[in-house]
Design a protein around this ligand. Sequence first.
Ligand SMILES: Nc1ncnc2c1ncn2[C@@H]1O[C@H](COP(=O)(O)OP(=O)(O)OP(=O)(O)O)[C@@H](O)[C@H]1O
Ligand SMILES: [Mg+2]
Length: 399
Amino acid sequence: MLCVSIFILIFVLKTQYLLIMGTPFIYGRIADESNFTNRKKEVELLKRNFSGLVNTIIISPRRWGKTSLVNRVAQQLLKEDRSIRICQVDIFNCRTEEEFYLAYATAVLKANHSAWDDFTATVRKYLGRLLPTVTFSDTAQTCELSFGLDFKENKMTFDEVLNLPQALSKDSGRKMIVCIDEFQNINEYDDPLAFQRKLRSHWQKHTDVCYCLYGSKRHMLLDIFHNYNMPFYKFGEILFLEKISKEDWIEFIGRKFSETGKEIREELCGLIADRMKNHPYYTQQLSQQVWFRTETVVSTEIVDEAFNDIVGQLSLLFANVIDTLTPRQINFLLAVVDGSTNFSSKEVLTKYQLGTSANIKNLKKATTEKDLIDILPGNRIVLQDPVFEYWLKHIYRIR
Ligand SMILES: Nc1ncnc2c1ncn2[C@@H]1O[C@H](COP(=O)(O)OP(=O)(O)OP(=O)(O)O)[C@@H](O)[C@H]1O
Ligand SMILES: [Mg+2]
């Protein structure tokens, strides 16, 4: 009877833990607080750069943790240094320059004000020429900014918006860090080069502001920041964010399991990280799936089953990706998956039916632009998605 009661109690407590806390692993959301592991080196570097107003560019493939990292640094710095203001703006949904200015101005103003009255007064003071309107939503506790002048017809320069961080910093005596997520999206605007020139010419005059610009399209960002002929050449320090190391994952996964009353051997924590090649998003996803399936103790079978389920869930998506590729592009990916290095060699060209060596450049370009491969320093080519890599190798090819 006692045993049954204890069993029921444990079950109830566990269910309550789930309801209150959710699972101990998260993916697809910003990893913050106890969900954020390690990155000590990068956190220190960014803090140093932000405090010293050094412009910084962060590049990594998708889902490696750029947003989580910048968010972490922002939270820490705001606590430690009251003389700093941090503005974070995501321009993923900004399809035009005008949308950029609106998102940008709103984020800069919000970083400087907590009260609505101040917000409106500042809008009038600094952006008055643009005939701004501020609309409040009581229910959502948000405010929306819009400009009265039509951008396209009036060809406004929007200098005030670009200079807003500097003007506010100067007047308040507080440094400002402006973080722009998905920065490569500016390449989609009508005249990206002119826009880059405009941004650079304003931002380089700002003495009390630093800019942290980040995104996932390595080739586009390198073209913006590492191309001698481009306006943003040598604008700041470039940080290529790496994955989180296997050792850190082992510590993180082990701790999360033990904190929630489940047991996992170190070796199996390592297996989870290995299976996902230390990819931050996927390692968290697999950990969560393993956690869900585990009553008390994790086994190799549970890890395998959870991994296969994730592969199964994503199969349809991968099949759709394949449908968008030419036979040569697919063969090129298979050559990458097999670890080929010398793609222009006769042996690789023949084995994977890639045509002549002149095709290789185009195949690399096309698969890079589709975010399928990443070309690492030393010209090493890898698939970006470890689950897609497994699927190509073990499921697609066998079919
Ligand atoms: N420091 C970290 N510790 C633990 N998990 C992390 C960490 N950073 C990222 N992750 C995991 O990776 C996922 C993606 O993180 P994040 O959204 O920050 O990446 P991103 O590079 O900004 O992605 P995207 O390119 O899609 O914008 C998170 O939801 C989380 O599961
Ligand atoms: Mg992000």
